[in-house]
Design a binder for this molecule. Structure first.
Ligand SMILES: CC(C)(COP(=O)(O)OP(=O)(O)OC[C@H]1O[C@@H](n2cnc3c(N)ncnc32)[C@H](O)[C@@H]1OP(=O)(O)O)[C@@H](O)C(=O)NCCC(=O)NCCS
Length: 194
């Protein structure tokens, strides 16, 4: 199966495929981010211990090989500031994008930059013609990332199991970017840039 690049570089962030040696930095970044993550990330209410994080990093290697998921550390200037990835959980031809940032690094456009790099990479894979961002209706910060990148809202519906994290309403908003729409957007931006 065709794989994405291990490193995705753009002007403001570098996304680097998780390595097992990232354990200490990942543990610290999560610990410092927990209060900010608990409302939106179901796993944050029962935070993973060091052993579970080691399993997560090992699982990432496995999922990368099977094509199930491609998860990256978000870094800037060498500092690890969050996590993001492309996940094969929305059916054929699609990849779902997820992300979180350390709170010290929010409000600077870095999640949008990371998501933009993921969209470009995801849509370059031969078997992918659309990517999606799913967020809870109350998670306006996450929805704003999708909106800034030109995603179209294509669905809004209650999740059968209800809210998964304390800040959520349980209403799942689905935002989609197709390969055609991304190409048109990229071409329009290139024209504007002269
Ligand atoms: C979702 C999350 C990653 C978004 O982070 P964020 O900092 O709001 O998003 P960005 O990094 O793209 O930054 C956008 C902000 O930077 C500002 N900004 C500054 N320079 C910018 C630039 N060059 N480009 C875009 N935005 C820029 C924007 O105006 C915006 O500020 P505002 O929220 O005050 O309007 C963050 O809120 C988070 O980690 N939440 C917890 C986990 C979570 O909810 N994950 C998603 C689950 S679906």
């Amino acid at each position: 199966m065709e794989e994405p690049a291990d490193i995705l570089r753009c002007e403001r962030v570098e996304l680097r495929r998780w390595r097992t040696s990232d354990l200490g930095a990942l543990e610290r970044t999560i610990r410092e981010s927990l209060d900010h993550l608990v409302p939106w990330m179901p796993w944050a209410s029962d935070p993973p211990d060091r052993g579970q994080l080691a399993e997560f990093l090992a699982l990432n290697q496995e999922q990368w090989r099977t094509g199930e998921a491609y998860a990256y550390a978000i870094t800037t200037g060498g500092a690890m500031i969050g996590s993001c990835g492309l996940y094969r959980r929305i059916g054929a031809g699609g990849l779902d994008i997820g992300y979180w940032l350390h709170p010290r690094w929010t409000g600077r456009g870095l999640a949008t930059a990371a998501a933009e790099a993921l969209v470009g990479q995801g849509l370059r894979l031969a078997d992918v013609d659309h990517v999606e961002i799913h967020h809870d209706a109350a998670n306006t910060a996450s929805g704003a990332v999708a909106r800034r990148l030109g995603f179209a809202e294509v669905g809004r519906a209650p999740l059968p199991a209800g809210p998964a994290a304390p800040g959520e309403t349980g209403i799942d908003v689905v935002c989609r970017m197709t390969a055609d729409r991304w190409r048109a957007r990229t071409a329009a931006r290139a024209r504007r840039a002269g």
